[in-house]
Design a protein around this ligand. Structure first.
Ligand code: NDP
Length: 245
C-alpha cells in the first residue's frame, strides 16, 4: 500500500501526445503516476524511460473501451495502492474526415468516437470511483475540447465553424455535460470534477499541426489535477480561463 503523503494519479491514453506529457509533469511535481496505455509494451517502454529520469512512474495496461481491461486495472490499483487521488481521463480519438461535410460523416465514425471519447470515459470513471472515494481530496480531470462548446458553435462569427467534425464535437459536449452531472452528484464530497481544453496542440491527432507544443498542451490537465480544496468543481477551463459551455 502507498503511504498517505504521496498522491497517486492515473492518466489514460498516456503513451503519447498530451497524455504522456501529463504523466511527465505530474511525476515531476512528485505525484506517483500510473501511465495507462492501451498497448502494454508502449506503456512499459515509456514508463521505463521516465523512471530512468528519476520520475515516480508506473506502467499500467488499460484499453478504456474494454470492460475486462478496466476491471483488471482497478484490481491492480486496489491491490497496490488502495486508493486513487487523481484520475485524468485523457484518452481520445478523432476519427472523422475533415474534408467531408458534417452531414457526410459516417455513422460508424460517430459510434466509434462516442465509444472512446464518451462511453469509455464514463466507464473508467465509474469503475475507479470507489478508489477515488478512498482519497481525502480526489480530483477527476476530463480532457475535453473547446470544440465541445455549444455556445461557440451557436455563434456564426466563431472560427470554430472551420472544424467540420461533428461526432468529435458532440462527444466533447457530452463529456462536458457528464462533468457537470458528476460534479453535482459529488458536490458534498471532497472530490472535484472538472473538464479542460488543452489548447490546439501539435500532436498526432492533428497530424502534428497546432498552435502550441505538447509540453504546454498538458498544462491545463496538470493544473486541474493539482488544485487545492479551494479550487473549482464543475468547471470548463483552459489554463484557468473559464470557457463557455
Ligand atoms: P493523440 O492522438 O496524440 O493521442 C491519443 C491517445 O489516446 C493515445 O495515447 C492513444 O493510445 C490513446 N487512446 C485512444 N484510444 C484508446 C483506448 N481505447 N484505450 C486507451 N488509450 C486510447 O491525441 P492528443 O494527445 O492530441 O489528445 C489527448 C486528448 O486531448 C484527447 O482526449 C483529445 O481529444 C484532446 N484534445 C486534443 C487537442 C489537440 O489539439 N491535440 C485539442 C483538444 C482536445 P494509442 O497510442 O494506443 O493509440
Amino acid at each position: 500500500m502507498s503511504n498517505h503523503n504521496e498522491k497517486i494519479a492515473l492518466v489514460t491514453g498516456a503513451t503519447r501526445g498530451i497524455g504522456a506529457e501529463t504523466v511527465r509533469q505530474l511525476a515531476q511535481s512528485g505525484v506517483h503516476t500510473l501511465l495507462a496505455g492501451r498497448k502494454r509494451e508502449a506503456a512499459v517502454a515509456l514508463a521505463l524511460k521516465l523512471q530512468a529520469e528519476g520520475l515516480p512512474v508506473e506502467a499500467l495496461q488499460l484499453d478504456v473501451t474494454d470492460a475486462d481491461s478496466i476491471a483488471i486495472a482497478v484490481e491492480h490499483v486496489t491491490e497496490r495502492h488502495g486508493r486513487l487521488d487523481i484520475l485524468v481521463n485523457n484518452a481520445g480519438v478523432l476519427l472523422e474526415d475533415p474534408a467531408l461535410a458534417p452531414s457526410a460523416q459516417s455513422l460508424d465514425a460517430w459510434r466509434s468516437t462516442f465509444d472512446t471519447n464518451v462511453f469509455a470515459l464514463v466507464a473508467v470513471t465509474q469503475a475507479f470511483l470507489p478508489l477515488l472515494k478512498k482519497s481525502n481530496a480526489a480530483r477527476i480531470v476530463n480532457v475535453s475540447s473547446v470544440l465541445g462548446s455549444q455556445t461557440l458553435h451557436a455563434d456564426p462569427t466563431s472560427d470554430i465553424w472551420d472544424f467540420k467534425i461533428p461526432a468529435y464535437n458532440a462527444s466533447k459536449a457530452a463529456v462536458n455535460s457528464w462533468t457537470l452531472s458528476l460534479a453535482y452528484e459529488l458536490r458534498a464530497t471532497p472530490i472535484k470534477v472538472n473538464t479542460v481544453h488543452p489548447g490546439y496542440v501539435k500532436t498526432d491527432m492533428n497530424g502534428g499541426e497546432g498552435e502550441i507544443e505538447i509540453a504546454d498542451g498538458a498544462r491545463s490537465s496538470v493544473q486541474m489535477a493539482l488544485i487545492g480544496s479551494d479550487g473549482p468543481t464543475g468547471s470548463f477551463t483552459y489554463l484557468g480561463e473559464v470557457l463557455p459551455w
